[in-house]
Ligand binder design. Structure first.
Ligand SMILES: Cc1cc2nc3c(=O)[nH]c(=O)nc-3n(C[C@H](O)[C@H](O)[C@H](O)COP(=O)(O)OP(=O)(O)OC[C@H]3O[C@@H](n4cnc5c(N)ncnc54)[C@H](O)[C@@H]3O)c2cc1C
Length: 234
């Protein structure tokens, strides 16, 4: 069923890294109830045939006030992200949702192996926040690949989690050479890990050029395609 489109007011704007911005928005008519990992569709008044639809994942779990947190990077020449970058507090955007099935599996029988490139971390961060708010004690390994050291998203928050939550391991990586380098670097870390540990629950997020080779790797080493949860941004 199609979700209702409604206006939402931009409440605040924060730059979280040099190339990544956070918007907190408040839907005007109806609270959006969602599961961590899901996303909203924005209808942006730009492009040759407006509206331009762009999806953005929830960056934090739902709040009682109904505010939504969106986190996105500035894509060079990207119409949607450029439009979002010029918004100011008080502006309105049209959105609908929630959508999506990239959510925490019902049964966590194995280590959650989350792998994200750049803003692919957004839905995974939301899931981790929800898990740790519920005092989850299972094992989680997060591999987060950024295009530069100062673009490591939620870095201090994740370092703090790694220190305070015994089951949580955080492996930040920097691959300045683009998608293929990010894949190669991730695989070089993954291969010895996957060979020496029992089956994990892989959750991969980012652009297709990053996610697909990693999913292919998991399938090649014996995972069923359905055992590898993915969200692709393009
Ligand atoms: C389910 C879903 C959830 C998403 N959640 C987020 C999110 O939480 N944060 C976020 O930043 N983006 C997210 N995206 C991507 C977002 O919808 C846009 O595609 C992105 O902002 C680029 O749009 P654009 O119009 O600026 O550029 P476009 O002209 O549409 O894109 C140009 C190229 O950029 C690549 N691209 C797509 N997404 C990104 C990205 N995020 N960073 C760098 N390159 C990209 C694609 O290869 C695309 O061909 C999500 C996409 C989907 C499908």
């Amino acid at each position: 069923m199609a979700e209702t489109t409604q206006p939402a007011t931009v409440l605040s704007i924060t730059d979280v890294t040099p190339q990544v911005r956070q918007l907190i928005v408040l839907p005007k008519h109806q609270r959006i109830l969602f599961q961590p990992g899901q996303w909203v569709s924005l209808e942006l008044p730009v492009g040759p045939r407006p509206p331009l639809n762009r999806a953005y994942s929830f960056a934090t779990p739902g709040t009682a006030s109904g505010e939504l947190t969106l986190v996105f990077d500035r894509v060079v020449g990207g119409m949607g992200s450029s439009y979002l970058y010029q918004l100011r507090p008080g502006d309105e955007i049209q959105l609908s949702g929630p959508y999506g099935s990239f959510t925490i599996p019902q049964q966590l029988d194995g280590e959650l192996l989350c792998i994200a490139r750049f803003t692919g971390l957004v839905p995974i961060r939301c899931m981790l926040k929800a898990l740790y708010a519920q005092r989850q004690t299972g094992s989680v390994l997060l591999i987060a690949v950024a295009p530069a050291e100062d673009e490591l998203l939620f870095h201090h928050e994740l370092l703090t989690l790694a220190v305070t939550r015994p089951g949580f391991r955080y492996l930040p990586l920097v691959a300045a050479g683009g998608e293929q380098q990010a894949v190669d670097l991730t695989l070089s870390i993954l291969e010895p890990l996957v060979k020496s540990t029992p089956k994990a629950i892989p959750m991969l997020c980012g652009t297709k050029g990053f996610v697909r080779p990693l999913r292919a790797y998991f399938v090649q080493v014996g995972y069923d395609r359905k055992e590898v949860k993915t969200e692709t941004y393009d």
